[in-house]
Structures are given as C-alpha cells and as structure tokens.
Ligand binder design. Structure first.
Ligand code: AMP
Length: 420
C-alpha cells in the first residue's frame, strides 16, 4: 500500500482540476432550475435494505458491488451505489405517495465495488434528477430533454440518445416467457453470466456484450410486441413528445438497463469519446416503481444520472477547454516584522474588497519571497520594507509586465481593483 495513493478505483481531485467539476455542478444547478428542480441532499450511507429492496436482490449492483458494513449499533448500512433509492426513501415520507409531484436533483459521490478500469471507478460522482409522484409520458420526455439540454450546456456534442420501453410491471410475465422460450435451446452456448441471468433476470441477457452472446441476442424476439396496447401507446407518446421538443433519439429494443425497478421508458446516452467500449454509457435513466422496505405501494417517478468522470473523459476527447481557474492572487512580500504586520492588515482589507491574497509569513530574503510569488502565479507582488513603511507606501510589481510603481498605502485597493 503506497502511502500517498488512495484506494484502487478512487481519486484525489486537486485544486487545479476542480474548475471543470464546478462547471458540471453549477451548470446542473442552473439548467435543472429552469425545469423547476431543487437540490436534495441525502446521506451517503443508507440502510442496506433500502438498496436490496429498492434495486432488487437479483441486480448485479446489489449482488456483487455494494460496500456494506455493520455499524457499531449492529445496523447493516451501505455506501450508496446510486442515488435514486435514497432519494425515494427520503421522499416516501412526503406527499408524493398521494400523487403530489416533487422535482429534485442531487450531486455527489457513489460507491460500487467494480473492477477498476478506464471510466469505471469505485468512487465516482453523479449528477442526477428525479421527478417523483406522477406518471405521464410527457414528464418522461421532458426528463430526457432536460438531460440533453444539460449535455449541450456543458458542450458535449455528438452524443447519441437511445430509448426503449420495459412496459408495465404486468407486461413482464408474457415477455419473460417469450424470452425464456427463445433462449432455452441457445443458453448452453452463451456466456456464464447469461446462464445465471437466464435463471434470475432474463432481461439482462438482452444487453449482454459478450461475443458468444451477440448472435442469439440480435435475433431475440422484440419483447415490446408482448406488451399491452396501453404500454405501447405510452411509449409512442414519449416518442411523439420528444419529436415535438426536437430531441433526436434512436429506439433500441434491446436496451433494458441494469436495475429491476424500471418500468416503461428507459434511456441511455452514449458517446464515441468514451472509446469503443459500448458498455460505458455517459448517462442513463428511466421511469421506475421502487419498493422500499415495509412498503406495499411503490414510489413512482422518472429520473436519470450522469457520471461526472465520464463527462470529463468525453469533454477531453472533444477537446473542450477546461474553464479558467479563479483570478491569480496578489502576493504580499514583507521585509522585517513590522512590515509583515502591515502586510497582514493590508491582506485583510484587500480580501474584504474581493481580491485574493497570499502573504509570505516567514522572514525570507526578498529573492526567496519573489520566487514564492512566482510559484503561486501571483498577478502582483506588493512589497513593503522598513523604508516603505516609514513613508506609508508600498512597491507594487506587476508580475506580467515586469514593471513596478510606488503607491500610497491608501491607494493600494483602488489601484489593484482595476485588474480584478
Ligand atoms: P447507472 O446507475 O449504472 O445507470 O449509472 C449512471 C451513470 O453513472 C453512468 O452512465 C455513468 O456515467 C456513471 N457510472 C456508473 N457506474 C460508474 C462507475 N463505476 N464509474 C464511473 N462512472 C459510473
């Protein structure tokens, strides 16, 4: 274990890398607000049952990827692997259960014990949105449009939106029977994961990416044909609404998405910038009916999540420039204890005026202090020695132009302010 590296699949994010994260977060806040969504912050840990019951015991996330532990009070807790279940746990205590709509978004870290690889982290970050309490194809379409709007605002161009329907809960049985029947004489030649899926969660076979499964999956029956007319009409309305909102999409009848809670609309956004790994989606979501522990009725809603690390990878592939870091600071150089005391006072006044300041607090030579100013990328150095102190002036060196002027102490803020 190297002391300075974090655990596998996790990363440190340094201050010079943070502007791009701020851009993703701030744009999410402003775009989602245009649709009436407000931020909800739920805990990173939840009772394990929330995910087991919410996502479904048979899902891969629950079976293989959860970071669960027993706390000192003997409770089984889990670091959230996704955002929806916790948000529903929280909102189930409000009037969403009576059909009153809530519009929320979240931003934060998620945890999955996956094998780390490019674009696959153990701690990753998502922005996500949930529209909870009501069901309508127009809300689904608006949700999708909001995701595409967000991607556009962060300059992710060229992404592909893929949509499908999983039908209503009652549609599952006939569709599953048809799939089981079709795969029964093919499953022996398919991958080991699909053999397990055949027993536990046959839908997942449809989005298997293994080579040996491609041919049977491609010729599988279109399950949508087994859905009720009502469900098919629901999907048609989603597509029509996307058309009127000018959102481009492709229908892929094999898109099922990993979790059990999805009903009706499911969608994913893929992008070539994530490489040729078609298993990596930029964002995904859908409509859900999510059961929580001890609840007979599910919480209903529609939502999506986008991974910030994958957004970043895509932006890099597209050559989108990182946003500018904040303004370079003013560096205060002082020669002697009294000059330093003045610098501390001047720093406080400059900061109150909104100017970033770094003060050298050690007694170092002028040369060493100027080197330190260069290291922090200072825009100006303000130099005070005994002589300046006596005359109530400072020397102001413009680090870009290399020129210096003498300023009265009283004029420092108004002079510097012009450049910020
Ligand atoms: P999911 O909940 O699996 O549909 O994931 C939604 C989004 O979160 C994906 O489209 C990715 O952008 C991101 N994501 C999911 N799992 C990971 C991971 N292990 N590492 C990085 N990003 C992820």
């Amino acid at each position: 274990m190297a002391k300075s590296t974090p655990p596998p699949g996790t990363s440190d994010i340094f201050p010079d890398e943070i502007p791009v994260w701020y851009r993703f977060e701030n744009t999410a806040k402003s775009v989602f607000a245009l649709y009436g969504y407000g931020e909800l912050r739920t805990p990173v840990i939840e009772y394990t049952e929330v995910f087991k019951r919410g996502l479904g015991d048979d899902t891969e996330v629950v079976q293989k990827e959860m970071y669960s532990f027993e706390d000192r009070g003997g409770r089984s807790l889990t670091m959230r692997p996704e955002g929806t279940a916790g948000v529903m746990r929280c909102l189930a205590g409000t009037d969403v259960m009576n059909g009153n709509e809530k519009r929320v978004f979240y931003i934060g870290p998620m945890f999955r014990g996956e094998r780390p690889a490019k674009g696959r982290r153990r701690q990753f970050h998502q922005v996500g949105v949930e529209n909870v309490g009501r069901m309508s194809p127009e809300i689904d379409a608006e949700n999708i449009a909001m995701l595409m709007h967000y991607l556009e605002e962060i300059q992710i161009t060229g992404s592909k939106l893929v949509i499908n329907t999983r039908g209503a809960r009652e549609d599952r049985k006939p569709a599953e029977d048809a799939l089981r029947n079709y795969f029964s004489d093919k499953i022996d030649g398919m991958c080991d994961d699909c053999k397990v899926r055949y027993e536990n969660n046959i839908w997942r076979i449809l989005d298997c990416k293994s080579r040996e499964c491609q041919a049977p999956v491609e010729s599988a029956p279109n399950v949508v044909e087994f859905f009720s007319e009502e469900s098919q009409n629901y999907f048609k309305k989603v597509c029509e609404t996307l058309d009127v909102m000018d959102v481009e999409y492709e229908i892929d009848y094999r898109l099922v998405r990993g979790l059990d809670y999805y009903v009706h609309t499911v969608f994913e956004v893929v992008h070539e910038g994530l490489g040729d790994n078609s298993a990596l989606a930029l964002a995904g979501g859908g409509r859900y009916e999510l059961f929580l522990p001890d609840m007979k009725k599910p919480v209903i809603g529609v939502g999506f999540a986008a991974g910030l690390e994958r957004l970043q990878m895509t932006q890099e592939a597209l050559g989108v420039a990182a946003p500018e870091a904040g303004p370079a600071p003013v560096f205060l150089v002082s020669l002697g204890d009294e000059a330093r005391a003045y610098s501390m006072k001047a720093a406080a006044e400059l900061r109150k005026a909104g100017i970033p300041v770094v003060v050298e607090v050690e007694s170092k030579s002028m040369k060493a202090q100027m080197r330190a100013a260069n290291r922090v990328g200072a825009r100006f150095a303000l130099i005070t020695g005994e002589n300046e102190l006596e005359r109530s002036v400072v020397v102001c060196k413009d680090m870009e132009a290399g020129e210096q002027v003498e300023l009265a102490q009283a004029d420092v803020i108004s002079h510097i302010k012009k450049f910020f």
